[in-house]
Ligand binder design. Sequence first.
Ligand code: FE
Length: 132
Amino acid sequence: MVPKSKKTDAEWKEVLTDEQFRVMRKGGTEQPFSGEYNDNKEAGEYLCAGCSAPLFSSTDKFNSGTGWPSFTAPGSETSIATDADTTLYMERTEALCAKCDAHLGHIFPDGPEPTGMRYCINSASLKFVKNE
Ligand code: FE
């Protein structure tokens, strides 16, 4: 089990931007092609913007053409939690930070090899740290 990081909405509002709060704590979605990491091709790690848990690696990032940062796999088996999301009259798998329960995006089974998975993630939920 990953130790949980719990904060109230008021506490999250102190450390997140309005857009981050809307996406991460209220399950919102940023506008496609609007996020700062959609086109990022630098080598590094993507951390949770809320609790800094490592979530994704640039080695698993690919250009999905959707307008959101997309990854074929999580950085580790335990970093991402999932939940069934039936809002918007669709059945989707929600991706959450396993440590702070932040909404990250959704997971779709239409990604490229080797996993065939597409982790479609809001830039707002991520914090990129470039490799030294
Ligand atoms: Fe987190």
